[in-house]
Each structure stands twice: as structure tokens, then as C-alpha cells.
Design a protein around this ligand. Structure first.
Ligand code: ASP
Length: 632
């Protein structure tokens, strides 16, 4: 090897630090190179990187004082791990210094790496074979007593964690989550920009109101009576970029929705926003599958592509929701034909009405855990969650001798019982929940119950869902319009820019409620993690839908309608909700655990106390006066 090549190799080794894959039983160094974490800094190594190979080397470590052990030993921590440092009995002044400084103070330690005596080797610690004998200590920042120990963040209320978010971020979990997030975003960018010529374009966050959709935050301006709105997504801009010939756009976009307090929503959130020209649904779907596979963390269960597809109609009929959790079975079955004229007034009444139906789910062999009272409570919760007062839910228990225990069993003829039994393949020990009512309501009630039952059984340590799997699913063929919530007429099921399904164009004038859209949702383990569509790119169709079907004021969208008349390529796109996706990958139930500085449940920041008041003098520049608070 030439001298130059040797020098290059040496500098490469110096610039990389070693990360332990796992503590080895043989106390050997099991490591792999990971990218550089020390260059440009004062330190020679990170706290998690030293091993036997470094014995004899002089090193410089920087980090937080995790704890002292006796008078001689201390542990220094940074994001990569911990290293034990020690002082000899002759180093009295260092020992006094260490005693005087509080945990979580920041130190710089220079010392020599030594092998630990055999009896002191800690196989559970990545750096457990070595320790560093101190030669110099510099206190870079003396910490005052902490409001809570960093290692015990999980015992602390979330409110306090958020008030001291910078301390919370020191925890292993937050460090891991934020690093997974960053790495995955880098890979996504690499896949899109470097490999597939997507252009990263920033779009404005000061924009105007968009008709329809979620409620937007309003930003006052110094122009009298004029306000900006913070966009709920860069939807219009990304479509306009296609008119502008950008061809393939992406953005890690910050979006805003003022939807009040919702448990796992954030008023500001991040989405990976994508738009492409000259593309059909399958193209967008394939792009996302390949990108997820490319950027998926190596140490997570790997994902298998292509992801399965299901139509909205199938999803509703099998799972009672448009975001099915396919990690467990317990599917909904239609037993309407077996229940016709069954003699139970409650059911017969429902079936005689329009679209009346009877559907069922079977929970196998769990009767002992699901007591009568528990089933009753779950049923009430499901109906309440949906605000459903009409659907009737009836339980049936199949006893050991095959007989049925149910409020309806004595009214049913043997014939009906046998038919239901065959439909559902009932066995002793099974619990059946029947819902009778109007189309889709019955499915939705059982869909909710299916999830509540799974949660309940899992709270009793009965595994229902497959563990450590990532079940992705595409849901397609959504209705384009839905009845307006709390009003007459129709509204867009997603947003007004989604194109009409080519097979349903003929319904647009006469039966718009029957029209499906070219929308697709990406669902992961029962949560929606993305959604997009092929867009309308003809001005006249966009105008027709806005004016004639949705009855919205098109003056707010003149710019878009105009752009569509000046040469607009067919286009489509998607947005992935990154916070939820990362929460699921990191295995945490809350999206707040993957956001460095999230807002609390009520949309506030307990650390800075935002939102805050401003003086009347400042408000005057915006021509605003705050009304006195109404006493309730
Ligand atoms: N703008 C849509 C959203 O934020 C996604 C899309 O249609 O691309 O949900």
C-alpha cells in the first residue's frame, strides 16, 4: 500500500467512531463504523465509542455527568452512550472537584483508556470493558439541581416534561426518536432528489384562506381588515408548480390546522408533500412504496412491497372503517339474509327500513375474559364514540353444549339459528356481536367495537394484534363527495381538487353522491399515514365542481382556475404525515414523542407559555381590539 493510501486510511479511521452493535459475551469488540461524530469538535472520541482497542490511548471526552459512584468513579454521558471515568487515590483534588459538581453538569475530561480488571467488566455496558483514568477535568457548565432526573422522565407528567423539554430531549428515548426521524428524512430526500430528480421547493406559509377543508389559523396584517391564513397543506402551490413545469416536486412541509384540542393532533405538523406531472395512481403508489423501502430504518422489521390494496367499500364492509387495522382478523360479516323475518322485532323493524342490514363479528374463545358487563360497556362506548343512537347491538354467547345465551335466543327459530351459526362458523366459547340498523352505521359500530375489544383483550395480556409488524395498506375508490356534516348538500370527501373516477363521470350531473374519486390513502396498522390523488387539471371541470356541486365562492380560487387554462399537465401527488409515521416506527403512542418541541393537548407550549398576550399598542398596528372575556 502506498504511503498516501495509508495516510488516507488512517485519516478515515480517525474520522469515524465505533458504535457497538451489542455487548459481546466474549467481551470482544463488536462494532461497525458509523459516520463521523467527533470532527470539528474539541473531543477525540464520543462517550459510547471506546473499547479494548483504545486501551493505552489518550482521549478527550465531553459530556454530561450522569452520576458518581463512590469517591473514585463517575460516569460521563453523551448521545452515543456512557463511559466510566476514574481517579486514583492520589488525585484528591479531582475527587473533591467531582464531589462538588452536580449531576448533569457538562465536563471535558482528558485521560488514558485502561482495561477494567476482569471482575469489574460490565457486559451490559457497551464500554464496559474499559474505563478512563482522569488526567484533566474542565467544568464547562455547572448544573443546578434538576427538576427531575433525566433517566426517570417516564415517571414525570407530560406537562413537566414539556415545560423542561430540553431536559426531556436528553433522555435516551427522545434522542433515539429524533435521530431516527432525521435519518429517515435524509434518506427520503436522497431517494427523491438524488435518485429521481424531484425538486425541493419551499412554498409560502403566509397565504390566503382556502375554501373547504380544515379550519385555518389567521394571521393579522397591518393592512386594515386583511389577514393571511396559514396553509393546511401546500396543495395549491404544488399544483401550480406542475403548471410551472417543475415536473416533480417535494417538500418537508410545515402545515397548520386550527382544529382545537384533539388528543393526538398538533396544530402544526410536518408532512412529506409530493406532486408529479404525467402520472397515474399506480405511479404515485409505486414511488411511495419504493421510497419507504429505501428509507426504512435498518433495525426495524422490514417492510414488504407491493402493499395490499382494498377499496373504500371493501374496507367499510370488512372492517367498518376506511383505515383498517389488518394486524388481526375478526372481520365483519353480513348476515342480513339469514336474519330476514327472524321474529325479533328489534331486528325485523330495522330490516324493513331502507338499506337495513344485520352484520356480525365473532370473537373466538374469549367469553371468560369478556364478561357481560364488559361487553355492555364496550358497546356503549362504541355507540357513544360514533354518536349513534339508532343501531341495535346484541351479544350472543355460544355455550359449551352449543346452546346460545342471548337476549334474542328464545325468539329465534332453529332454522334462523342454524343459518347464522353456519354463516359465522360458530363454535362453543365464541362470542358474537350482532348489529342491526342502517347501511354503514352497523359496519361502523362493529368496526369500533372490533378495535375496543382488541384493546381490552390486550390490556388483559391476550395478544390479538400481530406484534412488531408494519401492515401497510392502500385504500382506493373513495366517494368523491359526502353529505355535508351538519348541513345540506355535499362536501369533498378529501379536498376539491381530486379528479373524478373515469368510470363514474356519467353520474356527475345526476347523482354526484355516487361518484368515486381518484383518491388513495395509505394506512399503517390502522392509522392513516398518507393520502393523495390524481387531480383535476381542466379549469371547466374544477369550476363546475366548486360552483355547481360544492357551492363555494370561486373568487378565492381564481388564480388556480386561471392557471389551469394556461397549459396544465395532468398531475397527481400525495402527502405523508411524517409525525404519525415516525411515531409508529419508533413504537410510541404519541406523536409528541417524535417532535422536538410539540404543543400540549390544548395547543399551548408549556415551556415558553405561547400563545401569549400582546399589548394594545402592538394590536393597534393590526387594527385589532380584543373583546373582554365573556363570563360563562
Ligand atoms: N394536500 C393533501 C393533504 O394534505 C394531500 C394531497 O392530496 O396531496 O391531505
Amino acid at each position: 500500500m502506498s504511503f498516501l493510501a495509508l495516510r488516507r486510511l488512517f485519516s478515515q479511521v480517525k474520522r469515524h467512531h465505533l458504535e457497538f452493535l451489542a455487548p459481546s459475551n466474549q467481551h470482544g469488540c463488536k462494532y461497525r463504523m458509523i459516520s463521523d461524530a467527533v470532527s470539528f469538535t474539541q473531543r477525540s472520541h464520543t462517550c459510547g465509542s471506546l473499547c479494548k482497542d483504545n486501551v493505552g490511548q489518550k482521549v478527550k471526552l465531553c459530556g454530561w455527568l450522569q452520576y458518581n459512584r463512590g469517591t473514585q468513579f463517575s460516569v460521563l454521558r453523551d448521545w452515543t452512550g456512557i463511559t466510566q471515568i476514574f481517579t486514583t487515590s492520589k488525585q484528591k483534588e479531582f475527587q473533591d472537584l467531582m464531589k462538588s459538581i452536580k449531576h448533569e453538569s457538562v465536563l471535558c475530561v482528558v485521560g488514558k483508556v485502561k482495561s477494567r480488571p476482569d471482575k469489574d467488566i460490565n457486559p451490559n455496558m457497551a464500554t464496559g470493558e474499559i474505563e478512563v483514568e482522569v488526567e484533566e477535568i474542565e467544568v464547562l457548565s455547572q448544573a443546578e439541581p434538576l427538576p427531575f432526573p433525566v433517566s426517570e422522565f417516564y415517571k414525570i407528567s407530560e406537562r413537566i416534561r414539556m415545560e423542561y423539554r430540553y431536559l426531556d430531549i436528553r433522555s435516551k428515548q427522545m434522542q433515539r426518536n429524533l435521530r431516527i426521524r432525521s435519518k429517515m428524512i435524509m434518506k427520503m430526500r436522497e431517494f427523491l432528489a438524488n435518485k429521481h430528480e424531484f425538486v425541493d421547493v419551499e412554498t409560502p406559509t403566509l397565504f390566503r384562506r382556502t375554501p373547504g377543508g380544515a379550519k385555518e389559523f389567521v394571521v393579522p396584517t397591518q393592512h386594515h381588515g386583511k389577514f393571511y391564513s396559514l396553509p393546511q397543506s401546500p396543495q395549491q402551490f404544488k399544483q401550480l408548480l406542475m403548471v410551472g413545469g417543475i415536473d416533480r416536486y417535494f417538500q418537508i412541509a410545515r402545515c397548520y390546522r386550527d382544529e382545537g384540542a384533539k388528543p393526538d393532533r398538533q396544530p402544526e405538523f410536518t408532512q412529506l408533500d409530493i406532486e408529479m406531472s404525467f402520472v397515474e395512481r399506480e405511479g404515485v403508489i409505486q414511488l411511495i412504496e419504493e421510497m419507504l423501502q429505501y428509507s426504512w430504518p435498518e433495525d426495524c422489521t422490514q417492510i414488504v412491497t407491493p402493499f395490499p390494496h382494498i377499496t373504500y367499500e371493501q374496507a367499510m364492509r370488512l372492517y367498518g372503517t376506511d383505515k383498517p387495522d389488518t394486524r388481526f382478523n375478526m372481520k365483519i360479516q353480513d348476515i342480513t339474509s339469514s336474519c330476514k323475518d327472524c321474529g325479533v322485532t328489534l331486528i325485523d323493524d330495522k330490516l324493513q327500513k331502507d338499506n337495513g342490514n344485520v352484520v356480525a363479528i365473532k370473537v373466538s374463545d374469549t367469553q371468560r375474559i369478556l364478561s357481560k358487563k364488559c361487553v355492555e360497556d364496550l358497546k356503549t362506548d362504541a355507540l357513544k364514540a360514533l354518536g349513534d343512537i339508532k343501531t341495535v347491538v346484541i351479544p350472543i354467547r355460544v355455550l359449551d353444549d352449543g346452546s346460545w345465551q342471548s337476549p334474542i335466543s328464545k325468539h329465534l327459530s332453529d332454522h334462523v339459528r342454524i343459518n347464522i351459526s353456519n354463516d359465522l362458523d360458530l363454535q362453543p366459547g365464541d362470542l358474537v356481536l350482532i348489529a342491526a340498523g342502517q347501511n354503514y352505521s352497523t359496519y361502523e359500530v362493529l368496526g369500533k367495537l372490533r378495535l375496543f375489544i382488541a384493546d381490552y383483550l390486550e390490556s388483559k395480556d391476550i395478544q390479538v394484534r400481530e406484534k412488531d409488524v408494519f401492515n401497510f395498506l392502500w385504500v382506493t375508490d373513495f366517494p368523491l363527495f359526502l353529505p355535508k356534516e351538519g348541513g345540506e348538500g355535499l362536501e369533498s370527501a378529501h379536498h376539491p381538487f381530486t379528479d373524478v373516477h373515469p368510470d363514474d363521470r356519467h353520474f356527475l350531473d345526476t347523482h354526484p353522491e355516487k361518484v368515486r374519486g381518484l383518491h388513495y390513502d395509505l394506512v399503517l396498522n390502522g392509522s392513516e399515514v398518507g393520502g393523495g390523488s390524481i387531480r383535476i387539471h381542466h379549469s371547466h371541470l374544477q369550476k363546475y365542481i366548486l360552483e355547481q356541486i360544492l357551492k363555494v365562492d370561486i373568487s378565492e380560487l381564481e388564480h388556480l382556475l386561471k392557471a389551469f387554462t394556461l397549459g396544465c399537465p395532468p398531475h397527481g401527488g400525495i402527502a405523508l404525515g411524517l409525525d404519525r409515521l415516525f411515531a409508529m416506527i419508533c413504537g410510541t403512542p404519541s406523536i409528541r414523542d417524535v417532535i422536538a418541541f410539540p404543543k400540549s393537548h390544548d395547543g399551548k407550549d408549556p415551556m415558553s407559555k405561547a400563545p401569549a398576550t400582546v399589548s394594545q399598542c402592538e394590536l393597534d398596528t393590526y387594527h385589532i381590539q380584543v373583546k373582554p372575556q365573556q363570563s360563562s
